[in-house]
Write a protein that binds this ligand. Structure first.
Ligand code: UD1
Ligand code: CA
Length: 452
């Protein structure tokens, strides 16, 4: 079957009160228009034309390589938007699926069913509709003896029509020939002085064309996001779907209502996630982990059987059986091998930490390579920055760094070396040696007593 989709995404989205084009607002971590494109892709619709206008350069950047672009420089209505895409339709095209870029909840399965019905019934137009007790704002489906007669927009509807509970989802299949012959017949003779795509329905009726409607079982899928209250509703539903997906795949969520997983996040079996946890971007998490409460994990790769509490991890890698937190901060480029401990108030940036090493409390390790079996005492700092450049610290296997040490980079502490507590290390320390910069302790006996 030859299907071309037209995605309407040129509108300003005035009601969002935003400088970002409406369709780029994210729901569950993905721009709304990307949700629509992904549903089309999953439904097997390869040919896609996006109509762009307001903020179109930004939208084009996001959709590059996924769609053809038609430009609508003035937003004169949904009918006018489709007119701009018409010249890009294939010469021998058959079916045109039109959708809005602001309906992120639509599922591929629903699109497939709509296309099937359209093709089976050989309609000029097949509408995707839904029924709701709160139809305000949507176009209403006017039927006579069950047959669709027209779509009437909220602003044009009579008091009686406003009571109609069947709404237009903004998703339609058109016979391409019918579409191309009739787009030019649309007028702006309505309350909003716009070219309404929805007027094609009454045109089809007046021409005696065959019309169909597919009433969606679940209204929530058709939610059109016009303002931010609806954006939050879409967000909530998409997150619920994602939580259900991972739970059914073997992940325990202590409270799914307080667990925030972006669409593309992957989580393995028997991982347990405590509330207040945000996992976003392209994060991949293995199995048997305990995560949370209150963690934020972004674009990171986490292995198996780790315990991560109240911590923030961004663009980092964690092996297996590590203990992280509470209150650890793993920044981009932190890479932990297996069985590493990163304790409370420890910040790690651009640093590899070898197997079994421990940084249990109050330390900063940045631009560093830490070997295996290293112990880094409380309050240790890699002094990696001289105000202009950054330098590397290397701590080799089994070194012991005493508490409250400053390692002034570039510097290497050799295998098995020990650094005494309170030292400031400015030169390399050879393997197996002791380095100590502590001034000698002086004790003046009875000093306090004499002072008094
Ligand atoms: C539209 C439908 C309404 C339906 C609702 C479903 C019309 C006239 N009305 O109303 O029947 O119930 O969607 O959510 O079609 N757009 C353009 N160019 C324009 C105008 C809009 O590309 O000139 C795009 C917008 O970016 C948006 C989509 O079309 O993605 C829908 O536009 P919007 O203004 O949100 O239409 P609604 O008033 O919601
Ligand atoms: Ca809308």
């Amino acid at each position: 079957m030859s299907v071309t989709a037209i995605i309407l995404a040129a509108g300003q989205g005035t009601r969002m009160k935003s400088s970002l084009p409406k369709v780029l607002h994210k729901a569950a971590g993905k721009p709304m228009v990307q949700w629509v494109i992904d549903a089309l892709q999953e439904a097997g619709v390869e040919e896609k034309i996006a109509v762009l206008g307001h903020g179109g350069d930004m939208v084009e950047d996001v959709l590059r390589g996924q769609v053809q672009v038609a430009w609508q420089h003035e937003q004169l209505g949904t009918g006018h938007a489709v007119m701009q895409a018409a010249p890009l339709l294939p010469v021998e095209g058959k079916t045109v699926l039109v959708l809005c870029g602001d309906t992120p909840l639509l599922k591929a399965d629903t699109l497939k069913k709509l296309l099937e019905q359209h093709q089976e019934e050989q309609n000029a137009v097949t509408l995707l509709t839904a029924t709701t007790d709160e139809p305000f704002g949507y176009g209403r489906i006017v039927r006579a003896d069950g047959a669709i007669q027209a779509i009437v927009e909220q602003k044009d509807a009579t008091a009686e029509q406003q009571l109609i509970k069947e709404i237009n989802t903004g998703t339609y299949c058109f016979d391409q020939q019918f579409l191309q012959e009739n787009l030019t017949k649309l007028t702006t003779n309505n309350a909003q002085k716009e070219y309404y795509l929805t007027d094609l329905i009454s045109l089809a009726v007046s021409q005696g064309k065959k019309l169909g409607g597919y009433i969606m079982a679940d209204f929530t899928e058709s939610l059109g996001v016009n303002q931010r209250v609806q954006l939050a509703q879409a967000e909530q539903i998409l997150r619920q779907r994602k939580c259900q997906e991972v739970m059914l795949a073997g992940v325990t969520l202590i409270d799914p209502a307080q667990t925030y997983l972006d669409a593309e996040v992957e989580i393995g079996r028997d991982t347990i996630i405590y509330p207040g946890t945000f996992i976003s971007g392209k994060t991949v998490i293995g199995s048997g982990n305990i995560i949370g409460c209150n963690c934020r994990i972004v674009d990171s790769i986490i292995g198996n059987d780790n315990d991560i509490q109240q911590s923030v991890l961004t663009e980092c890698q964690v092996g297996d059986e590590c203990k992280i937190g509470p209150f650890a901060y793993l920044r981009p480029g932190a890479a932990l091998a297996n069985k590493v401990k990163i304790g409370d108030f420890v910040e790690v940036k651009k640093a590899q930490v070898g197997e079994g090493s421990k940084i249990p409390h109050l330390s900063y390790v940045g631009d560093a390579t830490v070997g295996a079996g290293v112990n880094i005492g409380c309050g240790t700092i890699t002094c990696n920055y001289d105000g202009v450049n950054k330098y590397q610290t290397v701590i080799e296997d089994h070194a012991f760094i005493g508490s409250n040490t400053n390692l002034v980079a570039p510097v290497t502490v050799g295998t098995g070396a020990t650094v005494g507590a309170g030292s400031t290390i400015t030169r390399d320390v050879a393997a197996e040696s002791l380095a100590l910069t502590r001034p000698e302790l002086k004790v003046k006996e009875n000093w306090s007593k004499k002072k008094k």
